[in-house]
Design a binder for this molecule. Structure first.
Ligand SMILES: O=C(O)CCC(=O)C(=O)O
Ligand SMILES: [Fe+2]
Length: 349
């Protein structure tokens, strides 16, 4: 993952802020267009649920591929079921996450992020003085490839955290490959089109999110509107507490919870590779005043040396090439993010 530009002044985590009993600092008050009504009730998205076991089965595949293509062109995401992990196992991933965040700040700070880097435990990363802070604490770790793991940031408490997350990562490597192949087939492309450009030396980067109950859910945001810089992101949502929303045609929609599903969204790099046919959706997280929420996002990221561009077969006379070749997109991502602009603008021709 790229270095963060500019030093940050690491402040308290949200957990520490709550324990200190301090008033809500001004820098958490959101100034976006929805400020004051962030907690308004919104419609649910009707995002398709896709049976992953059928994506590889020749007889029932065409219908599922059509559903996948429609989900990714309209919403930029889908809910995946029958992905090879049991509901009990997903529950272990959620429990390990919850138990880590429930520890005291002293214990969690053993895994603290260092200034200027991304990995480790901490609050919303501060990359500009004007930034509104997200109401969330996070643990970021590289989970794959194994030789790039920095175990000093991997919790040893709860005792099964490392084993559970190792197993989860192994399973997600398989899930991501099935998704890349199905995406290509759904566009009638050669099945390895995206996978070949994505490469075999990819990084899986996990972000464990913890959103404590918030005193001002109308004015404070859990995660600001953003699109992911990954190729795809695989999200395990809290099984009870909602908060995630996606934007479509200028309107925010709530992501429904399906406890046994993984919510998979397109990131900017698949938007580029598909020449904009698949959309990297804008999404955000809102807070609530009663219940804490957790989620685990795993970002699938090509090696920074890989050149990313629209793959063969996604442009023609009616659909000209929209994106140029980019390399190390994640660093471009941070430069634009810091200026408050959508990073993918930097890749448009
Ligand atoms: O907490 C969530 O549901 C989503 C978090 C998210 O968008 C992210 O970590 O990029
Ligand atoms: Fe995201």
């Amino acid at each position: 993952m790229a270095e963060i530009p500019n030093p940050e002044t690491v402040s308290k985590t949200v957990h520490e802020l709550i324990l200190s009993g301090e008033e809500l600092p001004e820098k958490y008050i959101y100034k976006g267009s929805d400020a004051g009504v962030l907690d308004a009730s919104l419609p649910f998205m009707d995002v398709p649920v896709i049976d992953m076991s059928l994506l590889t089965c020749p007889s029932s595949c065409a219908e599922q591929l059509h559903k996948l293509c429609s989900a990714l062109t309209h919403w930029g995401c889908f809910q995946a079921i029958n992905h090879g992990m049991s509901t009990q196992f997903l529950e272990q991933v959620r429990e390990a996450t919850k138990q880590f965040f429930a520890l005291s700040p002293e214990i969690k700070n053993k895994y603290k992020r260092e200034d200027g880097s991304i990995e480790g435990y901490g609050n919303d990363m501060i990359i500009s003085e004007q930034q509104t802070l997200d109401w969330t604490d996070r643990l970021y770790i590289t989970v794959s490839p194994q030789d790039r793991r920095q175990l000093k940031f991997w919790p040893e408490n709860p005792a099964n955290f490392r084993d559970v997350i190792h197993e989860y990562t192994m399973k997600l490597e398989d899930v991501s490959k099935v998704v890349f192949k199905a995406m290509a087939r759904s566009l009638n492309l050669e099945e390895n089109s995206f996978l070949d450009m994505y490469g075999e030396d990819e990084t899986l980067f996990a972000r464990f999110n913890f959103y404590p109950p918030c005193p001002r859910p109308d004015q404070v945001i859990g995660v600001k509107p953003h699109a992911d810089g990954s190729a795809i992101t695989i999200l395990l949502q809290d099984k009870q507490v909602e908060g995630l929303q996606f934007m479509k045609d200028g309107q925010w929609y709530r992501a429904p919870i399906i406890p046994e599903a993984l919510l998979i969204n397109v990131g900017d790099q698949i938007e580029i590779m598909s020449n904009g046919i698949f959309k990297s959706p804008l999404h955000r997280v809102v807070t609530n005043s009663e219940k804490e929420r957790i989620s685990v996002a795993v970002f699938c990221i090509p090696n920074p040396q890989k050149e990313i561009e629209p793959v063969d077969g996604v442009d023609d006379e009616t659909r000209p090439r929209l994106y140029k070749k980019v390399k190390d997109y994640v660093s471009i991502y941070f430069q634009y993010y810091q200026l408050g602009r959508r990073p993918i603008e930097g890749a448009i021709i």
